[in-house]
Design a protein around this ligand. Structure first.
Ligand SMILES: [Zn+2]
Length: 326
C-alpha cells in the first residue's frame, strides 16, 4: 500500500475515486486473497462488535488507515463516519459476501465434486455437538456465526443457497445501526456532529453506500481535506484540539474571538476571523433558510464548499502562525 501511495504521489494522482480503485485492485486483491475461507472468524468477531474501532484485524486497520489518509482526517476519526463518508463497506463485509458466493457455489455443486464434499464435511463437523473456540470451528460454523451476527440465519441442518441481496442489505442495516448506536453514547460528539449536524438525522442505509460527492468532484486533496475535516468533526478548531490536552468540552473556546466553543458551526457561521470569507463566498450564505443549519449548508455545491473550506483553513493557518510569532 505504501509503494502504491508513493507512486500516486510521484505521479500527482490525487483523485479519490482512482485511489479507492487502486486500493481495491492492487492492495485489497492481495490483502483479502482467500478471505472467504480464512476471514469468517474475523468477520464474526467484527460483526459481533468484539473489536473496538481501533482494533479489528490488521487488514481492516490497513483499509481504514487508507480511507482516513484519503479523506485527510486524523486517525481518531470514528470508523463508522470514515466508512460512511467514503461510501465504503468494512472489509469484513466484503469477505462475508465472497464467502456467501462460495457457499452458494458449494451447495449447488455436483455431489461428486470436491467442493460439495468439502462443504458437506465442514457442515457435518459444524453440526456435531461440542464447544469449540472460534478459531477451531469448521468453516461452515464460522460462516454461520458471521451471518448470524448481521441477522441472517444459515440453517446448517438443511444447507440451502443464501440470498446475496439479503446479505447485502443486512450488511447495510448493520452499518447504519452501528453508526446510530455509537452516536447515542455519551461523549460521542463527532458521531453526533455527523449524524445530527451534517446529516440532520436523515442518514439511511442507501446513503451509506454512496460516496460523498466532493470526493468525486474535487480532485485536489488540499481542497478536499479541509471539507472532509469539517464534515467529520476532525477539524482544526478548539472543539477538536482541546481533546488532546483533555480540556472540558465547554471550555474549548475560540482563541480568535472568545465568542464561544470553537465548533464547526462557530467556524462556518459565527467567528469574525472568517467574516471576509463569508462575504467572498456570499453565494453559500444568501440562500440559506433561517435558522441556518450545517445540514442545509453542506447540501450546497461540493466544489464551492471545498474551496470555501480550504480558504477557512488557510485563514486559520495565517492567524495561528501570526499568534505563534507574537
Ligand atoms: Zn471565533
Amino acid at each position: 500500500m505504501h509503494s502504491c501511495n508513493a507512486r500516486c504521489a510521484a505521479l500527482g494522482v490525487e483523485a479519490a475515486p482512482l485511489q479507492l480503485r487502486l486500493f481495491s485492485t492492487m492492495v485489497d486483491a492481495v490483502l483479502s486473497y482467500g478471505s472467504e475461507v480464512w476471514g469468517m472468524q474475523l468477520a464474526a468477531a467484527s460483526a459481533a462488535g468484539k473489536t473496538s474501532s481501533t482494533a479489528g484485524s490488521k487488514a481492516e486497520r490497513l483499509h481504514l488507515a487508507h480511507l482516513r489518509r484519503l479523506l485527510g482526517v486524523r486517525q481518531g476519526t470514528p470508523t463508522a463516519v470514515v466508512l460512511a463518508e467514503a461510501g465504503e463497506r468494512p472489509l469484513w463485509q466484503r469477505w462475508v459476501l465472497r464467502a456467501v458466493k462460495l457457499w452458494n457455489l458449494a451447495v449447488t455443486a455436483e455431489q461428486s465434486s470436491l467442493l460439495w464434499q468439502a462443504m458437506t464435511a465442514s457442515v457435518a463437523l459444524a453440526v456435531a455437538p461440542g464447544h469449540r473456540i472460534p478459531a477451531r470451528q469448521p468453516w461452515a460454523q464460522q460462516l454461520a456465526a458471521a451471518l448470524a451476527a448481521i441477522g441472517v440465519q444459515l440453517d446448517l441442518h438443511q444447507p440451502q443457497p443464501v440470498c446475496k441481496a439479503a446479505v447485502q442489505s443486512a450488511c447495510s442495516a448493520w452499518q447504519l445501526k452501528q453508526l446510530q448506536d455509537a452516536a447515542t453514547r455519551e461523549g460521542a460528539s463527532k458521531l453526533q456532529h455527523y449524524t445530527q449536524g451534517v446529516w440532520g438525522g436523515t442518514l439511511d442505509a442507501a446513503s451509506l453506500d454512496t460516496r460523498a460527492a466532493y470526493l468525486t468532484v474535487v480532485r485536489e486533496r488540499s481542497r478536499r481535506a479541509p471539507l472532509a475535516q469539517l464534515l467529520t468533526g476532525s477539524h482544526w478548531g478548539a472543539e477538536e484540539t482541546g481533546r488532546w490536552d483533555k480540556t472540558p468540552p465547554e471550555q474549548r473556546l475560540c482563541s480568535h474571538c472568545g465568542g464561544g466553543v470553537e465548533t464547526v458551526h462557530h467556524i462556518i457561521f459565527d467567528c469574525p476571523l472568517y467574516a471576509s470569507l463569508r462575504t467572498r463566498f456570499s453565494d453559500l450564505f444568501c440562500l440559506l433558510p433561517e435558522p441556518r443549519t450545517l445540514h442545509a449548508f453542506f447540501q450546497q455545491p461540493p466544489a464551492r464548499l471545498a474551496t470555501f473550506a480550504a480558504s477557512l483553513k488557510l485563514q486559520w493557518q495565517v492567524a495561528h502562525d501570526a499568534a505563534v510569532l507574537l
